[in-house]
Design a protein around this ligand. Structure first.
Ligand SMILES: NC(=O)c1ccc[n+]([C@@H]2O[C@H](COP(=O)([O-])OP(=O)(O)OC[C@H]3O[C@@H](n4cnc5c(N)ncnc54)[C@H](OP(=O)(O)O)[C@@H]3O)[C@@H](O)[C@H]2O)c1
Length: 283
């Protein structure tokens, strides 16, 4: 599988497995199945409440830890210097590992209604300082952010020592967040796509159905091919073995320039409604 070199030289597999909602015994089985299907890059988060299941699946697979690329994320309710250090230890303990490949700030702001909602600038820079220290101690191979728009990155980077390696954003046909992608890339930050299939909300889009038919592939696979051709790192999630395998083949298909352009110019579609500055934008 193709790997991408991050700005600190660390290599990351371009196709990862998303583990959102893979909880309890079922979640463990699904993640183990994904590993058996060939995934070595796993995306989890404290918020998903499945770090224990992901760690167990990694161990039970019998494959050495160092063959995996494991990402976890600091929840938005735990921003701040001390909280970040403590949450990181909890994450490692739950995963049953002594290092992370990638640690991300999950969202730039506490949730709407949190007393610290307007204190995000200070909290983000404190969390980042804690993550920089953990990175410099060799406990995390790369550090980054998720759902950071230009204003959030600008604040984070104003006094930082380490440039984020990754910005993980919602990206799929119909929701391309061009400004955030361009801003990240101009600073050497690689872009990862969450919900790269649009959580199946795009399956009935007539344009995507037409183009997928032309290549004799599913709309889901078309979305993934499109994402890869835009040089995004993708984190598709499926609970079905055959779809897990199908999604791993997304790099074997080339979408023609004219079709890419048509998908690029689609109206906004399939957006989850989740926005980093929740008080200003409603779905
Ligand atoms: N950073 C963040 O804030 C954030 C937010 C959300 C998600 N994420 C990450 O991104 C990952 C992926 O996002 P997601 O889980 O929201 O959505 P997604 O991967 O875009 O879509 C998942 C949906 O697509 C279906 N699907 C997958 N492959 C398919 C195929 N080949 N054919 C037809 N249907 C297919 C799945 O159904 P079946 O299971 O039935 O196959 C499921 O309903 C998450 O698991 C998580 O790791 C990050």
């Amino acid at each position: 599988m193709k790997e991408i070199k991050l700005n600190n030289g660390v290599m990351i597999p371009q196709i990862g497995y998303g583990t959102y909602k893979s909880t309890t015994e079922d979640g463990y089985q699904v993640v183990l199945e994904a590993i058996r299907a060939g995934y070595r890059h796993l995306d989890t988060a404290a918020l998903y409440e499945n770090e224990e299941e992901v760690g167990r699946a990694v161990r039970e697979s019998g494959i050495p830890r160092e063959d995996f690329f494991i990402t976890s994320k600091l929840a938005r309710y735990a921003l701040g210097y001390e909280n970040t250090k403590r949450e990181f230890e909890t994450t490692l303990k739950k995963l049953g590992t002594d290092y992370l490949d990638l640690y991300l700030i999950h969202w730039p702001r506490p949730d709407y209604g949190d007393p610290d909602f307007d204190n995000w600038e200070k909290l983000d820079t404190e969390s980042w300082r804690a993550m920089e220290e953990l990175y410099e101690e060799g406990r995390i191979r790369a550090i980054g952010v998720s759902n950071f728009l230009p204003q959030h990155l600008k604040n984070l980077m104003k006094d930082s020592r380490v440039t984020p390696a990754i910005n993980q954003l919602e990206l799929h046909p119909g929701y391309l967040q061009k400004e955030a992608v361009d801003y990240s890339r101009a600073r050497g930050i690689e872009v990862e796509a969450w919900s790269p299939i649009g959580r199946a909300r795009l399956m009935q889009e007539p344009l995507l159905m037409d183009i997928a038919k032309k290549y004799d592939i599913s709309v889901a696979l078309l979305c993934l091919c499109f994402d890869l051709q835009n040089d995004f790192i993708i984190l598709p999630k499926s609970t079905h073995r055959e779809r897990m395998e199908e999604n791993l083949r997304a790099d074997e298909i080339t979408i023609a320039e004219e079709d890419m352009k048509q998908i690029m110019s689609m109206q906004q579609a399939g957006w989850s409604g989740e926005h980093p500055d929740r008080e200003t934008i409603k779905p």
